[in-house]
Design a protein around this ligand. Sequence first.
Ligand SMILES: [Zn+2]
Length: 280
Amino acid sequence: MDSDNAHHPAPTKFNTCVFCGGKPLTKTHLWPGWLNDILPRQPNFNQNSSLATGTHLTPEERQTAFQKHKKDIFDQQPYLACYLCNGGWMKEFEDEVVKFVKPVILGTFRGRLDQRQQQMLAGWLSLIIIVSELASFTQKTVSKADIEFLKIQKKPPENWTILATKLNGQTWMKRKQYHSAAIYPGLTLDRLPRTGEGIPKYNTQIATLGIGALLVQVFICPARQIVDRYRSDYAHRLKILWPITPYRRLKFPLSHAWNDQEAEFFAHDFFLKLKEIVHD
Ligand SMILES: [Zn+2]
């Protein structure tokens, strides 16, 4: 792994469960093992880049860090959740999703998921995002309140966005690209919330996941106007998996399959726009 930025702390070693504070910890799959049974083994990537940004940041704080992990992300099993969480509410997500998601991932599903299934799919993808961020080198962006919401409500918060499209590519069928940033529109440098080390506190992430024939992007940002812009920027090209409205349930196959090149563009596009927005 190479990193050129000291903003990335070492991966957190947990003593107690990140979700409930319990012990002992058990191995937690970032991705369920059964994905390896239905998707071919191949080199895959878990990419992270972070941007410290705001309305009036110094050049140093604007530097972008980039990390590239060539580990098999489907094999990573950090110790971060306890037996009760792993085998309880986290497994419930898994058990519900596995009932219907394999044809979706294999690209053979036709028709619509019902409301509950689409919600569980959104929740399950969110859980992957949360767990992989907790296990990563990057500053954490997801709040404890949002994690608690997902755990109790079995769905992501309404201000999270998940977009989806069909993927027709080899490289992206097992891939994750993650961007994180500190986005506080209108706040001057001296007003930004900061970590104990004095670094602006990250609150925004864009995580793109390629899982078989499914390409999704999870966008989490507290700034409402930026969330709205994101949703409208992509509305004509991508389906909104979350939040669900009754007339917006996904219909499979999702129209217009994207290739690897388009997936790569999608993984970076809004992050680049985000830089423009906050540097205006
Ligand atoms: Zn726990």
